[in-house]
Design a protein around this ligand. Structure first.
Ligand SMILES: Cc1cc2nc3c(=O)[nH]c(=O)nc-3n(C[C@H](O)[C@H](O)[C@H](O)COP(=O)(O)OP(=O)(O)OC[C@H]3O[C@@H](n4cnc5c(N)ncnc54)[C@H](O)[C@@H]3O)c2cc1C
Length: 420
């Protein structure tokens, strides 16, 4: 049974580190540890990385990290869009919220790339490293424990159940983390006033695009975000928490007419929404673990802290956790001595950026989004007017969104390149 001690598990570990979850956090950690000479296996429950409507925004902090390991060139050779400014359109005009062109350094834009392309690239590059192994279609079902220590995981594949003993187990298994639950780690939930409906809208010839590559539109009771994905708009429509059911009950026609008010001229594009299968609901949650580790176990990424979609920072915080964990743990893992104190340092390092980002997201949710979604006419927020009057200030939100607090660096290691 998951989590029960088993005397046969008190044997030497097969790998230094097993990472559960092949999302951005898990793949970056696997790559960085293997590159630093640590024997690491990543388990991913799906057979491939292909999933639609996941975070697709790669921020300057992640681009810098890819640069440090030698992958920025290959990454930017993938088909992608670059967003240099984010704006908000209200009833009285369009305002720039963040201008990434004002950042320092080579990467002064958000790169929009399907998440599976990023994960494929990381997997390709990591496979070339002698200490790395990736098992796809391998679903962790519980922790292996000896005494009070975690010593690896049990996992299931098409041919049955297996065990993998490891000196360190990392739970990077996302916001519904099974390992976090098995470990009994407690979560603080902060709630969110909204959910998000995601869908694609094709470009309509002759209809003016939003002013920027990424733009929000706000009208009384309605909020929409459009992200330029080249041939289509990736569209996020915000609804009050649990409100998706009421929209469904009212029917697709009524949903489409509501959208036309926000997107005048785009009515022909809305015809692509033929059924609710074309609309994906993201239940927004904001939470954080009080403790990120147990002896032999570390939790990172969404599994440690689910972020609100505001700012699209989820991937980047997950990647930053992975970089911090690799930097703090590669040496101890090579020396085969990972103490609970060392594991606690990962949380200490990442707590401030996580807390500050979540606090800001919760402020925006409470002071702005919740009120708009409740139908209040909040007008144009003052901060947008100030940013418009003093464009130099547009670099501040760009820094917060694009780089964040305490940006991390990759631990030393050779340059890697994708095998293909
Ligand atoms: C619809 C949607 C849109 C989003 N948009 C953005 C955005 O624009 N920008 C942004 O930055 N963030 C966005 N996010 C958030 C972003 O996707 C996450 O913050 C980020 O992917 C977290 O990375 P992670 O590696 O911690 O977890 P995940 O990406 O959730 O990865 C976890 C991985 O673990 C695997 N897994 C789970 N359980 C097991 C198990 N038991 N055994 C083995 N494998 C397991 C999963 O299959 C998955 O591959 C969005 C999220 C959603 C759902």
């Amino acid at each position: 049974m998951a989590g029960m001690p088993d005397p046969s598990e008190d044997r030497p570990p097969e790998v230094d580190c097993v990472v559960v979850g092949g999302g951005p956090a898990g793949m970056v950690l696997g790559l960085l540890l293997a590159r630093a000479g640590v024997r690491v296996t990543v388990l991913e429950k799906h057979a491939d990385f292909l999933r639609d409507f996941r975070g697709d925004t790669v921020h300057p902090s992640t681009l810098r990290l890819l640069d440090e390991v030698g992958l920025a060139g290959a990454f930017l050779a993938l088909p992608h869009q670059q967003v240099t400014r984010i704006g908000v359109t209200t009833d009285d005009g369009t305002y720039v919220l963040a201008d990434f062109g004002r950042l320092r350094g080579r990467y002064r834009f958000l790169a929009l790339v399907p998440q599976w392309d990023l994960l494929d690239l990381l997997a390709d590059a990591a496979r070339g490293l002698p200490h790395f192994s990736l098992r796809m279609g391998a679903e962790a079902v519980g922790l292996l424990r000896v005494g009070g220590e975690v010593r690896g995981v049990r996992y299931r594949t098409a041919d049955g159940e297996h065990a993998l003993r490891a000196r360190l187990t990392v739970a990077a298994d996302g916001r519904h983390s099974l390992l976090r639950a098995d470990a009994g780690l407690r979560l603080r939930e902060f709630g969110a006033p909204m959910d998000v409906l995601w869908f694609r809208l094709p470009r309509v010839p002759g209809v003016a695009a939003p002013a920027f590559g990424g733009a929000g539109r706000v009208a009384r009771g309605r909020l929409l975000v459009l992200i330029d994905r080249g041939s289509y708009w990736q569209t996020a429509f915000l609804v009050p928490k649990g409100g998706a059911a009421a929209l469904r009950d009212a029917g697709l026609d009524s949903f489409r007419s509501g959208l036309v008010e926000l997107l005048p001229g785009m009515a022909p594009a809305l015809g692509v929404l033929r059924s609710w299968d074309d609309v994906r609901v993201l239940s927004v949650r904001v939470d954080r673990l009080r403790r990120w580790h147990l002896p032999g176990l570390l939790v990172i990424g969404d599994a440690a802290h689910a972020m609100s979609p505001i700012g699209g920072v989820g991937i980047n915080l997950a990647v930053q956790d992975a970089a911090a964990a690799a930097r703090l743990l590669a040496g101890p893992l090579r020396r085969r001595r990972v103490t609970p104190r060392r594991l606690a340092r990962v949380r200490r390092r990442r707590l401030l950026p996580t807390v500050v980002t979540q606090q800001l997201q919760r402020q925006v949710q409470r002071r702005f989004l919740a009120r708009v979604l409740a139908g209040e006419d909040v007008g144009t927020p003052r901060v947008l007017r100030v940013l418009q009057r003093h464009p130099v200030l547009q670099g501040l939100p760009a820094r917060l969104i694009g780089i964040g607090l305490l940006p991390e660096h990759a631990p030393p290691g050779p340059a890697v390149r994708p095998a293909g």
